[in-house]
Write a protein that binds this ligand. Structure first.
Ligand SMILES: C[S@@+](CC[C@H](N)C(=O)[O-])C[C@H]1O[C@@H](n2cnc3c(N)ncnc32)[C@H](O)[C@@H]1O
Length: 254
């Protein structure tokens, strides 16, 4: 099955249209998602998630919300960090991704993790309730980046931490060019030979072109009202890890 919107066009969509496209795409690739991820990241994705969890400072008893939780990989890592006295809530648009996540958590016997189908831009979760909010490759896919960050600030406790992993573009032009060619030429070829969903790969490439780069996203986070914004470049800058805090006395309204 293919979606009616071309991936290049989809990367420019906003709001409900983009959410519909993204939900259909991830519903379609939910079963092979973990395998595809490993292939695209050259086996690094698990390590990057561990870095995100370390960077968040997650500890026993913490309350964590993982937005765009997908197949629950980050939720599981957080559940180990918070222990059973903590609580992890995974939110995702895609029912099929959540079904994989539910199965994973059941197998691991982690009863303090729950999943709910919902939108990162309007979760319905209580205000000022989370010690940590995380996003792994979700922000780029949100229909409204600013609404998503506003929602992160709303559900974080004052002083709480936001951690975000996503695709980025290296700052050094020759390396940026190489990665552009890699995602627009090599990845689609890989997808063709592996019999994978070629539109998903094209969407990954095009949505990365339209997403703020590492420094740009730092600026967006500061403008949204976060404090202590910082970031790390991973894989020569093709992936970025951001960390930011909700101010102790935020201006954001609940
Ligand atoms: C690339 S996957 C990442 C999954 C997971 N975080 C990981 O680390 O592998 C992006 C996920 O974000 C979800 N997503 C995208 N936009 C969303 C939104 N507005 N609200 C909730 N989930 C969203 C998609 O359905 C998909 O499962």
């Amino acid at each position: 099955m293919t979606t009616s919107v071309d991936a290049r066009h989809a990367a420019r969509l906003t709001g409900a249209e983009k959410e519909r496209y993204v939900r259909a795409l991830f519903d379609r690739i939910a079963t092979p998602y973990d395998r595809l991820n490993r292939r695209i990241s050259l086996g690094r994705d698990e390590r990057w998630r561990s870095m995100l969890v370390e960077e968040s400072g997650a500890a026993a008893g913490y309350s964590v919300v993982d937005l765009g939780t997908g197949t629950g990989e980050l939720a599981v890592q957080f559940a180990h960090a918070t222990g059973p006295e903590g609580r992890v809530t995974g939110v995702d648009l895609s029912a099929n991704m959540l079904a994989v996540a539910e199965e994973k958590v059941k197998r691991a016997g982690l009863s303090h993790v729950e999943f709910r189908q919902g939108n990162a831009c309007a979760t319905g979760l209580p205000a000022s309730s989370a010690d940590i909010v995380s996003m792994g490759w979700c922000l780029r896919n949100c229909g409204d980046l600013h609404a998503a960050l506003h929602e992160v600030l709303r559900i974080l406790k004052p002083g709480g931490v936001f951690v975000c992993l996503d695709m980025s573009r290296p700052s050094f032009a020759p390396v940026r060019g190489l990665f552009f060619l890699h995602r627009h030429l090599v990845l689609p070829l890989q997808a063709r030979f592996a019999g994978a969903d070629r539109e998903a790969y094209r969407y990954l490439a095009c949505s990365t072109d339209h997403f703020p780069d590492r420094r740009g996203l730092e600026h967006v986070l500061r403008t949204a009202g976060f404090n202590g914004v910082g970031s790390r470049a991973l894989m020569l800058g093709a992936v970025a890890l951001h960390r930011a805090e909700k101010p102790e006395h935020p201006y954001v309204t609940d």
